[in-house]
Design a protein around this ligand. Structure first.
Ligand SMILES: [Mg+2]
Length: 339
């Protein structure tokens, strides 16, 4: 092949990748989407212009190298440490980082151990991890993700559950109608929480709704979920109880026998986990391997300049095409608990 043909081909390949990346980028500008918010919710956002987060994918999707980094208007940020917990503290609106869009199976999460904490797929015995479909569900039944700047402290026993924290940010199930995109940063209203006990560790699952969802104004507390979405909380608890059973694990346990706790209780859990996170990034407690490299979080000694953050991202392989998913991922498992 002549040199100029090669050059043309590589330019073409690069353009294809850029086009593909742009078509996948969620948010592109989340600020634009805010303009579509309903009038009743728009007042939540006045005087609190959000930062415009977007994602930068690296490596090939569906491979061990795939990473999703986050950027704000200035450069790369850590979704764990730099995105603020509160979108509007006074009105108790929280930022939520979407790791798993509803109805998908790939167990993607903020990587605690790597600098800037990109989202990556969980790996078990060298293989990418997918959650099984427990009939009649397909994948996760909500948009699933994490509350930034929270940490379930594994050094401390949570008095409400009698178990130590699971060393992760707090998990969120966002129950709005829209299927979010991986890497979206949603603004959510907290409705309540359930307390999964995962192999002896406390693993709070906060139930929340996107403030821009048409139902958001109607949902203010956990009992409103049953009123407007009958059966949904029971299905949620059942989902968490059985989701690891197809992999040969026992049913999961819950504190309070799976009874959901209300809004105020959930806020208390979140605020406490935020305090634990502050101590962890400040280096005041054993961080259990959490990488605190970030660019702007208050009180974090591991802040790096934007140029260094850019270098971190560049070290990972560039975005390329990845393999498709195996049909095994779509298999239904007829897993039920004994009644
Ligand atoms: Mg967790």
């Amino acid at each position: 092949m002549a040199a100029d043909e090669k050059k043309m081909l590589s330019t073409f390949n690069r353009l294809t990748l850029v086009a593909r990346h742009l078509s996948r980028s969620p948010a592109a500008l989340i600020g634009t989407r805010r303009c579509e918010s309903s009038l009743s919710n728009r007042n939540l956002l006045i005087n609190h212009p959000r930062k415009m987060y977007r994602i930068e994918e690296r490596g090939a999707p569906n491979t061990l190298e795939h990473r999703i980094f986050f950027r704000d208007e200035f450069g790369p940020v850590s979704p764990f440490h730099d995105i603020p917990l509160f979108a509007n503290q006074e009105q108790k609106v929280f930022n939520m980082v979407v790791e798993v869009p509803r109805w998908t199976n790939a167990k993607m999460e903020i990587c605690k151990e790597e600098p800037l904490n990109p989202i990556k797929q969980d790996v078990k015995k060298g293989k990418l991890r997918f959650v099984a479909n427990c009939f009649p569900h397909h994948g996760y039944i909500w948009n699933y993700g994490a509350l930034p700047q929270t940490w379930e402290n594994p050094n401390v026993v949570d008095e409400r559950t009698g178990c130590k924290g699971d060393n992760d940010p707090i998990d969120v199930c966002e129950i709005g109608h829209r299927v979010a995109k991986r890497g979206d940063v949603l603004q959510v209203k907290v409705l309540g929480t359930i307390a999964l006990i995962d192999e002896g560790e406390t693993d709070w699952k906060v139930i929340a709704i996107d403030v821009n969802d048409p139902l958001a104004a109607e949902l203010n507390n956990i009992e409103d979920v049953e009123k407007h979405m009958p059966g949904f909380m029971n299905a949620t608890v059942e989902w968490f109880r059985i989701y690891k059973m197809p992999d040969g694990k026992p049913a999961n346990e819950f504190a309070f026998n799976g009874a959901p706790k209300p809004h105020e209780f959930a806020l208390e859990v979140i605020v406490e986990a935020h305090e634990h996170w502050k101590k962890m990034v400040a280096g005041q407690v054993d961080c259990h391997g959490v990488n605190s490299t970030c660019v702007s979080a208050d009180g974090a000694p591991c802040k790096v300049p934007i140029s260094e953050a850019q270098e971190i991202v560049k070290k990972s392989p560039e975005l390329t095409d990845g393999p498709g998913l195996e049909s095994e991922v779509d298999k239904w498992h007829y897993t039920h608990l004994q009644k």
